[in-house]
Design a protein around this ligand. Structure first.
Ligand code: NAD
Ligand code: MG
Length: 490
């Protein structure tokens, strides 16, 4: 609290400020970033670089080195060299490193949130209030596991780490996906080579800085930047013992084929086309918020997005009217403005993909609703939140992952029909159910073919809760006790 008295008046004026002065966060971005291999910043051997842009302005933020096969060799060798000592380190000592990293992530959270929004386009409110807290939580959670692994799996005599992990992550939650991959790997005693997505490499490079600040032994975490070819070289490298991938089903299938017969352990977290089912007895206003959170969170760039909405017929018109009204209040624009609800689409390519699906939806007979009439910024990649009605189950927009702010609205008459249509997809990542009837909740949830089922909520994440899919959404779990299995020999 501060007080000031004005000198020139008869009666002193007291000004009280309860809140501390607003902090200014400095985010420095270098012109060029090298690869983080064996604890050192190393220029790529191929001398190639690529640009990462701010999708909200199209301005180039930095150039990053593109790792080639020789760089991957070096990174894998560094992880191999670091492995025995890291694996044998007393678990309580390993935990100290994870705690230290978690603390440092919290201390630098403001800076990391801004950078995440600049490089990837997500609204600052989300990177600040959702991504960064979850990132730190993931490291805290796994720090706690380090010295409890033998109790975690009572059947196993002595759980052992697997070795060198090659990890490839997407651009939708850059730092959070890094945390989901690196925290359990390190907690279990593995070493890591991680490749962030080519459109969002900057926070992973900051994370490398944090590893260095925390005194993590060289080679335990290596960060290599580049695009698909770099990812391919990493996952196919014979020195990698375990591959963990999050991204498209198409690339996931190619990786599964490449790993087959090599003895490599593999976990895949792939695409989705998740159903969100609203029964007539649900609290409709609450469901509307859940639908919004389900599909328009992070511009719809969410693998488990509730992109297929099934509404029980008697309330279909009400839901559509309320959705229309609610969407008109959403603000699309500058990701760094804390009032922004929908930020920038991650890349020009992704924006083109989304527009293609919208056109196709209309061509196939759907009606396009775009209730939000806010003015879009002149530069950058933006798309208004959109929903489609009159969608049939065989329409492309009802079957393929759009990975953008687009919702396909459909209806159903009976619970049986809802379950059948919800499960009628090649994916099986997540699902949502909205109803006031407790018995219905468990009955329906038990029959939905999905790795995660949310009940009267959507898109809620927690480090203690395992996440992952079935069918073409992949296999293996991340988070919680289940997530440790992917990083241990039991
Ligand atoms: P992608 O699968 O091509 O990229 C994901 C990551 O894999 C990136 O780091 C990329 O560099 C890397 N990669 C690409 N080809 C590779 C290969 N052959 N071997 C190893 N790594 C490789 O995804 P994308 O092209 O960025 O997006 C395309 C579509 O994928 C999206 O429209 C969306 O439907 C889906 N997607 C899903 C998720 C998810 O979280 N499940 C994330 C991103 C994209
Ligand atoms: Mg970028």
């Amino acid at each position: 609290m501060t007080s000031t008295s004005a000198a020139s008046t008869d009666s002193p004026v007291i000004e009280w400020t309860d809140a501390p002065a607003p902090e200014t966060t400095r985010v420095e971005i270098a012109d060029r970033y090298r690869l983080f291999i064996d604890g050192r910043w190393t220029a790529s051997r191929g001398r190639k670089t690529f640009e990462t842009v701010n999708p909200a302005t199209e301005a180039v933020l930095a150039r990053c080195d593109e790792a080639n096969a020789a760089d991957i060799d070096a990174a894998v060798a560094a992880a191999r060299k670091a492995f025995p000592k890291w694996a044998r380190l007393k678990p309580t000592e390993r935990a100290k490193f994870l705690y230290r990293i978690a603390r440092r992530l919290q201390e630098r959270a403001r800076e990391l949130a801004i950078l995440e929004s600049m490089d990837g386009g997500k609204p600052i409110r989300e990177s600040r209030d959702v991504d960064l807290p979850l990132v730190a939580q993931h490291f805290f959670h796994h720090a706690g596991w380090c010295d409890k692994l033998r109790y975690a799996f009572p059947g196993a005599v002595e759980p052992r780490p697997i070795g060198v992990c090659g990890q490839v992550i997407p651009w939708n939650f850059p730092l959070l996906m890094l945390a989901w991959k690196i925290a359990p790997a390190l907690a279990c005693g593995n070493t890591v080579v991680l490749k962030p997505a080519e459109t969002t490499p900057l926070t992973a490079l900051r994370f490398a800085e944090i590893c260095d600040e925390c005194g993590l032994p060289p080679g335990v975490v290596n960060i290599v930047t580049g695009a698909g070819a770099t990812g391919k070289a990493l996952v196919e490298h014979p020195g990698v013992d375990k591959v963990a991938f999050t991204g498209s089903t198409q690339v996931g299938k190619a990786i599964a084929a490449a790993c087959a017969g090599t003895g490599k352990r593999l976990t895949l977290e792939l695409g989705g086309k998740s159903p969100n089912i609203v029964f007539a007895d649900a609290s409709i206003d609450q469901a509307i918020e859940g639908i919004v959170q389900g599909i328009w969170f992070n511009q719809g760039h969410v693998c488990c997005a509730g992109s297929r909405l099934f509404v029980e017929e008697p309330v279909l018109d009400e839901v559509i009217a309320k959705l229309d009204r609610r969407l008109s209040t959403l603000r699309v624009g500058d990701p760094l403005d804390k009032n922004t609800d929908i930020g920038a689409i991650n890349s020009k390519g992704q924006l083109d993909t989304i527009r293609g699906y919208l056109d196709q939806g209309v061509a196939e007979g759907a009606t396009r609703h775009e209730p939000c009439d806010c003015v879009l910024p002149k530069r950058g990649f933006f798309c208004r939140p959109t929903f489609l009605t009159g969608v049939q189950p065989d329409h492309t927009v009802a079957r393929e992952e759009i990975f953008g702010p687009v919702l396909a609205v459909m209806s159903f008459r009976t619970p049986e029909e809802a379950i059948r249509r919800a499960n009628d997809t090649r994916y099986g990542l997540a699902a949502g159910v909205w109803t006031d009837k407790g018995s219905k909740i468990f009955e329906i949830a038990g029959r939905l073919n999905a790795g995660v089922v949310w009940l009267n909520t959507y898109n809620r994440f927690d480090a203690t809760s395992p996440f992952g899919g079935v069918k073409e959404s992949g296999f293996g779990r991340e988070g919680g006790l289940h997530g440790l299995r992917g990083y241990l020999e039991l």
